[in-house]
Ligand binder design. Sequence first.
Ligand code: PMP
Length: 398
Amino acid sequence: MTRFDPFFQTALEGLSRRHLRRELRPLERDGPVIVRRDGGTLLNFSSNDYLGLSVHPALKARSIEWTQRFGTGSGASRLVTGTSEQHRLVEEKLARFKGTEAALLLASGWQANAAILPALFRLSMEATGAPAVVFTDRLNHASLHHGCLAAGIRQIRFAHNDLGHLEQALERHGGQKGLRFIVTESVFSMDGDRADIAALKALADRYDAFLYLDEAHATGVLGPQGRGLSAETGGVDLVMGTFSKGLGGFGAYVAGSRALCDWLVSTCSGFIYTTAMPPSLLGAIDAALDLVPTMDAERRHLAALAAQLRTDLARRGWSTGLSSTQIVPVMVGDAEQALALARTLAAQGVLGGAIRPPTVPPGTARIRLALSAAHDAGMLDRLLRALDEGGREHGIVR
Ligand code: PMP
């Protein structure tokens, strides 16, 4: 107990009253799509381990091997004594994977977005003497918002994936002196839809804007050989992504020009002031980067499962919103109903997380289903039966 605890207690009570209190529930993973919780077994439709790589023997083996050879920690930040030959090799492999001149490792996707954006926006001040002019998709991830917030930038928000609206905004702010940035995602984490990267790139070129693309949910899953949607078009100024989802590990990357990566090494606080990635993670990423390009069959299976799920859900009257990827939201609307539905799913042996405001806009609570290449048709049947049961039980009108 400290004398500040009453403040925390009062705040927690307020959060509970507004249904915003969140709690951690331990569970144990048993393979790529099974978890154990509260003594029961659940089929997991709530993980971002899209290719099932987090339990792949090759990743485990290289992670263990590099730990045995190099230890559990890297001992210091990259600029001090933390950079090893393995960091260099993995960054080179990443750049080849993304088809860019260079790549840089970062501690996590959240940290990458939160730290790179402020560095980029400072560049505008240095280069032009004027603040950056920043155009952001309204549904961008919290870490992208955080990066803008940390930089004290007023975002010019465009309607989700509405490039006509973005163009109007670019036109309207055309006279401003600062560097222009378009910040968006290639696959949106809560809706599972994609941005049109070629059209974004054309707009960025026309209006001389820097295109910043978050490929967290596309990396390993979409684009040629899982290289992300930016690999289809090329020429995106900065691509970031994570190893924590399709690549089955942890950590993040930036891919872009050599000048960009060299500049980040000297200016991005989230790179400079944090300890270098440890050998265990580097080993897992190194093995994932060998495997991912060879996994077209798994990607085809995943895309077919997602298409099947959308069709089956639509037939039963459920809306899957904007989904066109492995992320398939089951739209509910009301937050309490979404929670109730998630509870029924769990009682039926299915883990499907309820996503509520403020993570999604008010009135758009949903069950966010995330498919994995390790799922199969029988598992989808179980999921659909559980959703039928939940829909009936809670009178969710469709
Ligand atoms: N960007 C997007 C679009 C995300 O969905 C996430 C993870 N939820 C992140 C960044 C953060 O990545 P990480 O989990 O590696 O911190």
